[in-house]
Design a protein around this ligand. Structure first.
Ligand code: ATP
Ligand code: MG
Length: 395
């Protein structure tokens, strides 16, 4: 494994200009610093279209694994920053080639500083000849096992041999805040990931119904929040005790409308919390047609109780796609743990698939639900979920 001293970071979807661009880069740097904050010695540098992190001996593998989870990075490379003279450049290329364990190479030089005395092709030849003279590596211009990129700037030259794909998207937080209804299921954690990828900072609200739902079920949700919070640093989770309201709903709504009315109550509470926390929208993991409560008719009568925008990142995704993503972000195994959810506990036998607004309103007129909603909101408990970082190496 070649040891590099610098990470070069290329920005993602920088289609925006001017102030937006500045905000993008500033937020990205903030997010990167946050995710690497426990690693000592790092020094940050920014140029117009790049960011560099000097490692000063920090473990590049750990830094690389963390950077893969930062939205707004299109790609990054480990690189060696050296003085811009051909002797130093060639010797560095030689060291990278010798330590690589590869058989073939190609040098790809780019001269950003046009005052540098050699053109790209001359740099290629000079560095290649040093490698050819001192190692057994051969040149392969078509499919080199080891491409070595040389970027010559005025003072420094960056030499790198790998390009690692970043997470893409926008830096989390740049596009505002959203309140996600987070259950312990497969979908809502994936929805969190999609929201963060679009640059939104995600807070969560979770409805629990103790003692019908257990501490394990609650902890599972906090764990899931912690896992996805790797993409934004940490996540505030508003845990709502939903039991009294839920029991009331089942008493008043009857079997078929219970789920619909319950969801309407969840939305009302979520909207109130979102406004209190300056979130500009609420979000769910719903996907059309997945279950009875997710037909277009259901979504429409549920949506009717709020004025705040509702974002459903997975609305058109297939379950298979969602499961693949859940596996990729590491939430799947936790999501399928068989703990009860407040919905499954009171799972009605015959939920209505095409609820009507009229019927919902008739049911809700039958009881004073507002005090119950207020009780839920004032009784909220806020938990800060954090990613589990492997910090041991750095203590
Ligand atoms: P998920 O896997 O996200 O639970 P699901 O396919 O099981 O989704 P539902 O249980 O019908 O679907 O829930 C739809 C959406 O409603 C969830 O994605 C989530 O946003 C929200 N939701 C459901 N139950 C809760 C809960 N107990 N607390 C907070 N939000 C919930
Ligand atoms: Mg669910």
């Amino acid at each position: 494994m070649v040891k590099y001293d610098t990470v070069l970071i290329r920005y993602g979807e920088l289609t925006t200009k001017g102030k937006n661009r500045k905000d993008f880069i500033r937020q990205l740097e903030r997010n990167i610093r946050h995710i690497l904050e426990d690693i000592d010695g790092l020094v940050y540098e920014r140029t117009y279209d790049r960011m560099y992190i000097r490692l000063n001996g920090a473990d590049s593998e750990t830094v690389g694994e963390r950077l893969k989870k930062v939205f707004g990075i299109s790609s990054f490379s480990f690189t060696e920053k050296v003085a811009s003279d051909i002797e130093t450049i060639s010797q560095t290329c030689l060291r990278i080639a010798a330590e690589s364990g590869k058989n073939t190479f190609k040098i790809i030089a780019r001269r950003h500083d046009k005052t540098f005395p050699m053109v790209s092709d001359q740099i290629n030849r000079a560095a290649a000849s040093v490698i050819l003279k001192n190692t057994d590596l051969r040149v392969d211009v078509h499919e080199p096992q080891l491409p070595i990129y040389i970027e010559v700037h005025r003072e420094y030259t960056y030499i790198t041999s790998d390009k690692i794909r970043g997470a893409g998207g926008y830096p989390t937080g740049i596009n505002g805040r959203v309140l996600l209804l987070l259950s312990g299921g497969i979908d809502s954690p994936v929805a969190a990931y999609e929201l963060m990828k679009r640059g939104l900072r995600v807070e969560a609200v979770h409805f629990a119904a103790p003692p019908y739902t257990s501490d394990n079920a609650r902890q599972k949700v906090i764990d899931l929040a912690g896992m996805v919070s790797e993409y934004q640093g940490s996540m505030r989770v508003h845990v709502i005790n939903f039991t009294n309201l839920q029991l009331k709903i089942y008493e008043k709504a009857g079997d078929s409308y219970a789920i619909t009315i319950m969801r309407r109550m969840m939305f009302r509470i979520a909207e109130a919390i979102a406004r209190k926390e300056n979130c500009l929208a609420i979000a769910t993991g719903e996907s059309i047609g997945q279950v009875a409560s997710q037909t277009l008719e259901s979504m429409s009568v549920i949506n009717d109780v709020v004025r705040i925008p509702v974002i459903r990142p997975l609305v058109c995704a297939d379950k298979i796609e969602i499961i693949d993503l859940a596996r990729k972000i590491g939430t799947y195994e936790t999501s399928i743990l068989p703990y009860e959810d407040c919905c499954t506990i009171f799972d009605p036998k015959n939920p209505v698939t095409r609820p009507t607004l009229k019927r919902c309103e008739e049911i809700e007129e039958k009881f004073e639900y507002q005090p119950y909603i207020e009780e839920c909101i004032t009784g909220e408990e806020i938990v800060i979920a954090e990613p589990k970082k492997e910090r041991e190496d750095y203590l």
